[in-house]
Design a protein around this ligand. Structure first.
Ligand SMILES: NC(=O)c1ccc[n+]([C@@H]2O[C@H](COP(=O)([O-])OP(=O)(O)OC[C@H]3O[C@@H](n4cnc5c(N)ncnc54)[C@H](O)[C@@H]3O)[C@@H](O)[C@H]2O)c1
Length: 328
């Protein structure tokens, strides 16, 4: 049984606690902590864990792993503290608010010989592997381009978290926050591009950083990609992935993947979305076998590198070239 301590009892923590409760005897959340004692108490009540101070949680020898559901600028500090205390770390996306912090977290994981998994649930969807299988089978002919778009109206409790109003603490705007899930779909499918250009816009004053981001990229194999993120549009469908080929296309929409070919030929595949259980199960498997996660430091680093290259391009008005992500 893996004993888990969760740090940060805000919006997303409930989803984590509920997912941990579904893994049965494999793991149990034994402690929760938050600088706000009321939040820690509410999380304790929801999960049956005890509410403790963060220092107590990190120093507890009974705790094997720490689940970090904290604001972006705290990911590095708490990951390093957890590794220093000998714990494994599951940390929410994005890996960090800066690439320096992301590098430091990956290095700390290697130095401590402890597992780092970034809880990027999209990486565990059936969508990308299924799309890849269809494309590789030749179903759409020659793949030419990939398009991803995420449209939503961000409001409510999200716009009440103070750190989301500080671009420095967030590491950007919508692209690095909700948008990074769709960056993950794109990079899981197509990998990190070699060149990227981006325009951003801040439409709503209520939003810190950009709430619109349009990114175009060229990949090493010639594939072109486009990613459009909006946190300020309503009633606009999102498309986690659309792959265009010269004989057809693969389109992911509303939990389905549709293969369209000449003469109206159409085939539909239902997709499974495991939510937070995907990363949690992978995390537990890595702890049991010493294996590599699907969403580890390097994958999350690449997502952040894409975002930062897009921000650089938006700021300078130039096309930005990307370096290779670290391995291991
Ligand atoms: N996967 C998703 O769909 C999804 C959705 C929302 C948020 N997230 C991610 O989850 C993380 C948290 O986001 P959120 O929306 O839950 O934020 P939030 O502000 O609601 O929660 C963060 C919690 O951390 C606590 N906290 C702050 N500083 C602390 C400290 N020094 N020590 C202990 N606790 C501290 C706060 O009191 C708060 O309860 C972010 O990385 C965010 O990007 C992911």
């Amino acid at each position: 049984m893996v004993r888990v301590g969760l740090v940060g009892c805000g919006i997303i923590s409930g989803m984590h606690l509920d997912a941990w409760a579904q893994v049965g005897e494999q793991a149990r959340v034994v402690s929760v902590a938050d600088i706000d004692p009321e939040r820690a108490a509410a999380a304790a009540e929801r999960s049956g864990a005890r509410a403790v101070e963060v220092e107590t949680l990190l120093a507890d020898p009974e705790i094997d792993a720490v689940d970090l559901t904290l604001p972006h600028h705290l990911h590095r500090e708490y990951t390093e503290r957890a590794f220093a205390a000998g714990k494994h770390v599951l940390c929410q996306k994005p890996i960090a608010h800066t690439l320096d912090d992301a590098d430091a977290m990956i290095a700390a994981s290697q130095a401590a010989e402890r597992t780092l998994v970034i809880a990027e649930a999209t990486r565990y969807d059936a969508l990308v592997p299924k799309a890849r299988e269809l494309v590789d089978s030749g179903a759409i002919g020659r793949p030419l381009a990939v398009q991803v778009s995420m449209n939503w109206w961000q409001g409510g409790e999200y716009l009440q978290t103070p750190w989301r109003f500080d671009v420095g603490l967030m590491g950007g705007g919508a692209l690095v926050d909700g948008g990074i899930h769709y960056v993950d779909y794109l990079l899981h499918y197509a990998g990190l591009p070699v060149e990227i250009s981006c325009f951003t816009r801040r439409v709503r004053e209520a939003y810190a950083g950009e709430d619109l981001a349009f990114v175009q990229a060229r990949h090493a194999d010639g594939l072109l990609s486009a990613l459009a993120i909006s946190a300020s549009s309503r009633h606009t469908p999102s498309y986690p992935l659309r792959v265009w080929g010269d004989e057809g296309s693969v389109i992911a929409e509303r939990g389905r993947l549709v293969l369209r070919r000449e003469r109206g030929e159409e085939e539909t595949f239902e997709l499974q979305h495991s939510g937070m259980l995907g990363p949690i199960r992978d995390f537990l498997a890595c702890l049991a076998t010493g294996g590599r996660p699907l969403s580890g430091g390097p994958e999350a680093w690449a997502n952040l590198a894409y975002v930062h290259a897009a921000y650089d391009s938006a700021e300078t008005g130039r096309v930005v070239r990307l370096d290779s992500p670290p391995t291991g």
